[in-house]
Design a protein. Structure first.
Length: 162
C-alpha cells in the first residue's frame, strides 16, 4: 500500500512549524548580549527589576559592590524601592515611572580591575665606605727586664772510636 503525498502533508507542516518556532525563539533569546528589558518584573507601586539577572547579581553581592546601578535597575532584588505600596488597586498597573538617569553599565559588562605587579627594584651592592684615616701614634715599648744571662758550658765531647 502506497501513501500519497497528501497523507504526509500534516506531519511535514508540523515539522516545519516546529523548526520555525525554534528559530524565532532562538533569535529572540540569543540576539541580545545585554538582556535589559523594560519593567522585567514590577510591583503595583512601580518598583521594578529592569534586568532578568537582578536576583542572581543580588545573591553575588552586586547590590553593595555596584550600588549605583543596582539600586536603580534592580530595586526588588536589592530592596531599594522607596515608593509606598499601593492599596485598593488590584490588577491595575501604575503609570510608568519617570525616565531613569543616563544608562550605566550593568554589573556583568563593567571592565575588570587591572592589577599590575612589578618586581621590587634591584638593589645594586654599594661599595663600603673607606675607613677614616688613622693617626700614627707612638706605641710604647714594653718595659725591658734584664734577665740573667745563662752561661754556656762546654759539653764534654765524646771520645772518638778508633
Amino acid at each position: 500500500m502506497r501513501l500519497s503525498a497528501f497523507n504526509s502533508f500534516p506531519s511535514t507542516l508540523a515539522v516545519i512549524l516546529i523548526l520555525l518556532q525554534y528559530l524565532i525563539l532562538t533569535v529572540i533569546a540569543v540576539g541580545d548580549d545585554n538582556p535589559t528589558t523594560r519593567n522585567f518584573k514590577c510591583r503595583l507601586n512601580g518598583c521594578c527589576d529592569q534586568h532578568e539577572w537582578c536576583r542572581f547579581w543580588a545573591t553575588m553581592g552586586e547590590c553593595n559592590s555596584n550600588r549605583r546601578w543596582m539600586s536603580d535597575n534592580c530595586q526588588l532584588a536589592c530592596n531599594t524601592c522607596n515608593r509606598a505600596p499601593m492599596r485598593g488597586l488590584v490588577g491595575s498597573r501604575p503609570a510608568p515611572p519617570a525616565p531613569p538617569a543616563p544608562q550605566r553599565f550593568p554589573p556583568a559588562t563593567r571592565p575588570a580591575p587591572v592589577f599590575v605587579t612589578r618586581p621590587p627594584p634591584i638593589q645594586r651592592p654599594q661599595p663600603r665606605p673607606a675607613p677614616p684615616p688613622r693617626r700614627a701614634q707612638p706605641v710604647p715599648s714594653p718595659p725591658q727586664q734584664q734577665q740573667p744571662q745563662r752561661q754556656l758550658q762546654p759539653q764534654p765531647q765524646q771520645q772518638q772510636r778508633q
